[in-house]
Design a protein around this ligand. Sequence first.
Ligand SMILES: Nc1nc2c(ncn2[C@@H]2O[C@H](COP(=O)(O)OP(=O)(O)OP(=O)(O)O)[C@@H](O)[C@H]2O)c(=O)[nH]1
Ligand SMILES: [Mg+2]
Length: 314
Amino acid sequence: MPANLPPEYYEKERELRKAKTPDEKISILKELLSIMPKHKGTDKLQAELRTKIKKLNKLKEAEKKKRKTLSPYDIPREGAAQVVLIGPPNSGKSLFLSTLTHAHANSAPYPFSTLKPVVGMMAFENIQFQLIDTPPITAEFMDRGITQLLYQADLLLVIGDGSNEKAAEALEEVNKRLKEKNIIIGENKKAILTLNKMDTPGSEKQLQLIKAQYKSLPVIPISIKNQQFNNLARIMFDTLQIIRVYTKTPGSPPNLNKPIIMKKGSRVIDVAEEVHKDFLRMKYARLWNLKGIKGLRVERKYVLEDGDVLEFHI
Ligand SMILES: Nc1nc2c(ncn2[C@@H]2O[C@H](COP(=O)(O)OP(=O)(O)OP(=O)(O)O)[C@@H](O)[C@H]2O)c(=O)[nH]1
Ligand SMILES: [Mg+2]
């Protein structure tokens, strides 16, 4: 039996083809159903439209769920390393991010001014570290979802508040909260302790107390306000245990602006694998390094150092 559909039906059908969102599509499909004459000839078509609506509703539900489970702490790593700034309230985490990156984090003279993570890129020589500012951690408060980021981070930069006469206690609270989540700084997690606001009175005493408390970890005194960072970027690089390696093709110079970031201890073959699987067939490589070696033949197992340049020979 013919469906005998009215002309407006075909018009709406054209609209449907242009519709983009599930909501738009659902409303047009409903209109189509209402326009359609109801008789035996349209039974199959009616059923098809109803199935389409059902599918679209399911899609909508799935998207809603996805949005809900996406945490603001779900931040993909960019640059040479992901470094998460943590610490007690008001210690200067946000000012640190605003000072050392182009990103803006709200910094204010009262605690709990940061409620959500903020990301920025910090330059160090020819590479960049991804810095993430986070809300404060105290005995009473640690934002839900931050744990995932702490597990994933390459380095935790703990910032203490040197102007607080209970700076050591506040840091100990942070440390306790981390331990509850099985994060032991300096053991299963690379970390650097800094004490900020070294421009304020009493900060030196706090520094000595904290140094005594964390004997196995370096404590770096800084003053963001006075732009005194005590070589912190270099210390970050060293603590991360990474090296920069460059590759070149015979007859041309290496691109020194584009280092390959490798773990300390990586071998020639690891870099080959990183660059392209074709280089896994390499027979040997030639090496240039910062100590003045030029074009030395090295084998697959040769262990690399920061600044090494490789030329693969297949
Ligand atoms: N004197 C002095 N004040 C500083 C220094 N660094 C930050 N401050 C001040 O400390 C206050 C807190 O700074 P924020 O950057 O908001 O601190 P925060 O750690 O992000 O604070 P929360 O987000 O609440 O955890 C602000 O008034 C800053 O200007 C410093 O090196 N010296
Ligand atoms: Mg803040």
